[in-house]
Design a binder for this molecule. Structure first.
Ligand code: DGJ
Length: 715
C-alpha cells in the first residue's frame, strides 16, 4: 500500500515500511526503511534531524547530515552522488526538487528495453515521484513499487531532458538510500572462474567507501550484482538484513559509503566508470531496476523472500513454473571430440538410466574441433553429424529423450565465415587489433544488423529441428569498447535478442551460462529460468558455490551436474553419492561419460534419478534453509521444506573425516511443531518441535566427503 500523509510518502509491503519525506524546500529525504510502522505525517521530524553545525543555510538545514533519497553532488551534500548530469556549461552541479507524484495501481512499470520484475497475480502499487532541477531543466522520475505480499521495493529512475540543449548523463544509479548512523556489516560475493560468488562479510567503518563494482562487460565472475547490508548481530536465522539485487547483465556498481557522521549510503545501478549517455532535448534515459528486500529474520529470511520473488515474478518463461527435465550434457564426456555415433551411445545409455534430455554442447558447427574457430557460423558440421541437427534431434527423440543444443551467439572467431564476411561486426576501436579472449572476439550487439543476424541464424536452427532446450554461453569479457556508455548499449542489444528469441520459441527451455557462472544475474534470469552455476562441478567446491549463490537466487535457477571423479577442474576424488547429494539442491543433471560406467555405478545413477524425480518439485518450489555454512568449517547442511510444511529434504556433508569425534546436532527450521515427520527410508518418526528445538544427529560415514540426504514426510 502507498499512503500520502501531508508531505510524507509511506510505502508498506507485507511487513515493511519505506518512508520518504519532502522537506520545506522540496528535497527528498529518506526517513525509514525496515519494519512496518503505523502511518502518520512524519514531516515534523525533518527539520530537527537535518541540522548540523556545518549548516549551509539560514535555517540550519544541512543536506550532508540528512538521509537523502536521490542525492546530487556539488550543492550541500558532499558524499558521492546517485546521479550526475553534465549541463551545457560543462559542470554537473544540480539540485533536484520535488515537483509532483502519481500512484499507479496494480502494475509494475516495465522499463523500456530492460528486464523487470512483473506483478503477475500479486497486488502491486507504484509510486512515481517527479523531481526537477529548474536551473538546468532536468527532470528525474523516481519509481518505487511495493507488493502487498512481498517485502521488496523495486526502484528505478528515468531521466528526461526538458532543456533545449544536449546534456550528458554520467552517473545514474537505480537506487540510493541513506541508512541512519549505526553498526552494519556488508556481505558481497566476489569470485573468479571456477570460484564463483564467495561469501564475504566485512565491517563498514567510519569514512569507508566500498565499491562493489564490475567493468568486465557482463555482470561477471569478479563480483555479483547482489549485496546485503546487515546488522552486526545478523545470522542465518535472525537480525536485520537488507538485500540489493540489480536486474542487469552489464557493468554494475554497488557503492557503500559510511560518511563523516556515520550514516551509511548504499547505491546500486549501472557502473558510472566508462559510462555516459548523451540526452538530447525531450529524450528519456531509463536505468535498470534494483530490487531492495528487507528481512528481520536474518540471511535465511531474506533469501527465502528473494527466492519467491525471482521464481514467481521475474522469469517470463513458462518453464519457470515447471519441473525441468533431468539432462545429460556431453561437454565433460567428449569435449570437442565426438561424432554422431558416440553421441548416440550416450543417448541410449541415458535413456536406460531415466535421463530425459540430451544436450549437445560446443563443437557441432562450422569446423569447430577446438576453441580456435567457427563461432558465428551456426551451421552443422556434417562430418561429425551426418544426420544434421534435425536428423540428430529426431534420433534422440526416437530414443525417447528431448534434444538440446549449445550456442555462443554473442561471439565470433576470426577464423570463421562470419568474420571474413563482416569483420566490422566485431567490437573494435580504430587502428587496434581487438584483444582475444578464448581466441574469440565479441560481436557488436549495439548494431541492429548484428542482432538481426543472431536472431535469424538461431531461429533457422530452432525452427527447423525439434530443439527443446538451448544453452546460451558467453565465454569472454569485453575489451576494445568503442566509446563511453558502449557496454550499456551492448546490454540493451543483448536483451533485444533474448526478448525476440524467447518470444519466438516460448516452448524452449533456455539455460544461461558464461564460462560457468560468469553472468549469474537477475537480468539473465528474466529470460532463462536456470543458469549453469559454475564450470567447477567438484562437489566440495560446489558446497560453497551453491550455498552463496542461494543467498539471492532460488534453487530452481541453480544448475548442478554430477560429473566425473577425479574431477576435471580440481582433481578431487569424491564418491558418486556425494556428487549427486550436492547436485540435488538445484536443477539436476549429469555431465560425464556415462557409457564408461560399470554396472554398480549404473544402478546407483538409476536410483539417483528416481530419487530426484521424487524431490524435484519440492526443490523447485520449497523454502530453503541453510543450517551449517561451508565457510565456517568442516560441515555444510541445508534443508528444503514444502510450502505447506508437509515434507522436507535434509542434506548434510562432513568435508573431511574426523577421528573419534561427535558431530554437532542439527536443529532444523521451518517445520510445523505439531506434525510428526517420518524418515521415508528408515521409517523413524520425529516430532516437528523435536526436530527444530532438540535437533537430529547427523550420520556420516567414516571417510572424506561423506554426505547424507534424508527425506521426511508428515502423515
Ligand atoms: C563454457 C561452459 O561453461 C561449459 O559448460 C561449456 O559449455 C564450454 N564453455 C564449451 O565451450
Amino acid at each position: 500500500m502507498i499512503l500520502k500523509n501531508g508531505n510524507t510518502f509511506h510505502l508498506q509491503g507485507r511487513s515493511t515500511s519505506y518512508i520518504i519525506l519532502i522537506n520545506e524546500y522540496g528535497d527528498l529525504i529518506h526517513y525509514h526503511y525496515g519494519k512496518k510502522l503505523a502511518d502518520m505525517d512524519y514531516c515534523a521530524r525533518i527539520a530537527n534531524e537535518s541540522r548540523s553545525v556545518m549548516s549551509y543555510d539560514e535555517k540550519g538545514i544541512c543536506l550532508e547530515i540528512s538521509l537523502l533519497e536521490y542525492p546530487a553532488y556539488g550543492y550541500t551534500d558532499l558524499r558521492s552522488p546517485a546521479y550526475s548530469v553534465k549541463n551545457k556549461y560543462g559542470n554537473s552541479v544540480s539540485r533536484l526538487l520535488y515537483k509532483d507524484y502519481c500512484i499507479i495501481q496494480n502494475e509494475v512499470q516495465q522499463i523500456e528495453g530492460m528486464p523487470c520484475v512483473f506483478s503477475g497475480d500479486k497486488k502491486a502499487q507504484t509510486l512515481e515521484i517527479t523531481l526537477r532541477d529548474n536551473i538546468i531543466n532536468l527532470e528525474v522520475i523516481l519509481s518505487y513499487t511495493v507488493f502487498e505480499e512481498y517485502d521488496i521495493i523495486l526502484r528505478s529512475a528515468k531521466f528526461i531532458n526538458t532543456a533545449d540543449e544536449v546534456m550528458t548523463v554520467e552517473t545514474c544509479y537505480s537506487a540510493s538510500i541513506d541508512f541512519e548512523k549505526g553498526e552494519y556489516d556488508l556481505v558481497y560475493f566476489p569470485g573468479a572462474w571456477i570460484r564463483e560468488r564467495e561469501f564475504i562479510r566485512t565491517e563498514i567503518r567510519l569514512g569507508e567507501k566500498l565499491d562493489i563494482s564490475n567493468a568486465r562487460g557482463g555482470s561477471g565472475h569478479a563480483v555479483n550484482p547482489f549485496v546485503m547490508l546487515c546488522s552486526k548481530d545478523a545470522t542465518e536465522r535472525k537480525g536485520e538484513v537488507y538485500g540489493f539485487s540489480l536486474i542487469y547483465s552489464g557493468n554494475h556498481s554497488t557503492v557503500v559509503e559510511c560518511d563523516i557522521y556515520g550514516n551509511v549510503r548504499v547505491k546500486q545501478g549501472i557502473n558510472p566508470f566508462e559510462f555516459e549517455h548523451e540526452l538530447r532535448p525531450d529524450e528519456t534515459f531509463y536505468t535498470p531496476q534494483s530490487v531492495l528486500c528487507y528481512s528481520d529474520s536474518g540471511f535465511g529470511g531474506l533469501s527465502r523472500e528473494m527466492h519467491d520473488v525471482y521464481r514467481n515474478n521475474l522469469c517470463k518463461s513458462k518453464w519457470a513454473n515447471m519441473d525441468r527435465p533431468i539432462l545429460i550434457n556431453n561437454w565433460e564426456a567428449t569435449y570437442f571430440d565426438f561424432d554422431e555415433e558416440k553421441l548416440m551411445e550416450i543417448v541410449k545409455k541415458a535413456k536406460a538410466l531415466g535421463i530425459e534430455l540430451f544436450v549437445l554442447d560446443d563443437g557441432w558447427f562450422g569446423k569447430r574441433n577446438d576453441d580456435k574457430s567457427s563461432l558465428g557460423d551456426w551451421f552443422v558440421n556434417k562430418q561429425k553429424l551426418p544426420s544434421g541437427i534435425n536428423g540428430l534431434a529426431k534420433r534422440v527423440n526416437n530414443e525417447g529423450l528431448k534434444f538440446g543444443l549449445w550456442f555462443e551467439p554473442e561471439m565470433v572467431n576470426p577464423d570463421s565465415k562470419l568474420y571474413r564476411t563482416h569483420p566490422a561486426w566485431a567490437i573494435s576501436v580504430p587502428d587496434r587489433r581487438p584483444a582475444f579472449g578464448r581466441n574469440q572476439y565479441m560481436l557488436d550487439l549495439s548494431n541492429n544488423d548484428v542482432c538481426d543476424y543472431i536472431i535469424k541464424s538461431l531461429s533457422d536452427i530452432l525452427g527447423n529441428a525439434n530443439i527443446s532446450y538451448v544453452k546460451w554461453d558467453y565465454n569472454r569479457m569485453m575489451t576494445d569498447m568503442p566509446c563511453k556508455g558502449y557496454n550499456h548499449r551492448y546490454t540493451l542489444g543483448l536483451y533485444k535478442v533474448l526478448d525476440a528469441l524467447t518470444e519466438k520459441f516460448p516452448d524452449v527451455l533456455f539455460e544461461g551460462c558464461a564460462s560457468g557462472g560468469g553472468r549469474f544475474d537477475a537480468g539473465i534470469l528474466a529470460y532463462s529460468p536456470q543458469i549453469w552455476t559454475s564450470d567447477n562441478s567438484d562437489a566440495v567446491s560446489r558446497l560453497k558455490i551453491q550455498y552463496s549463490t542461494s543467498m539471492c537466487y532460488p534453487l530452481s535457477t541453480i544448475s548442478a551436474h554430477v560429473t566425473a571423479s577425479p574431477n576435471h577442474q580440481v582433481g578431487r576424488i569424491t564418491p558418486l553419492k556425494t556428487r549427486a547429494d550436492v547436485a540435488y539442491a538445484g536443477i539436476f543433471g549429469y555431465e560425464l561419460d556415462i557409457t564408461q560406467m560399470d554396472a554398480v555405478e549404473t544402478e546407483e545413477v538409476k536410483k539417483q534419478i528416481e530419487f530426484y524425480n521424487e524431490i524435484r518439485t519440492l526443490v523447485r518450489t520449497g523454502d530453503f534453509y541453510r543450517l551449517q555454512s561451508p565457510y565456517d568449517g568442516n560441515y555444510c547442511s541445508w534443508q528444503i521444506v514444502a510450502k505447506d510444511k508437509s515434507e522436507f529434504v535434509l542434506f548434510g556433508c562432513r568435508v573431511l573425516a574426523l577421528p573419534n569425534t561427535k558431530d554437532a546436532i542439527l536443529k532444523l527450521e521451518g517445520l510445523d511443531e505439531s506434525l510428526q515427520y517420518t524418515d521415508i527410508d528408515t521409517e523413524e518418526q520425529f516430532g516437528g518441535a523435536e526436530l527444530m528445538y532438540r535437533g537430529i544427529l547427523p550420520k556420516y560415514k567414516n571417510y572424506d566427503f561423506s554426505t547424507f540426504v534424508r527425506r521426511f514426510k508428515s502423515k
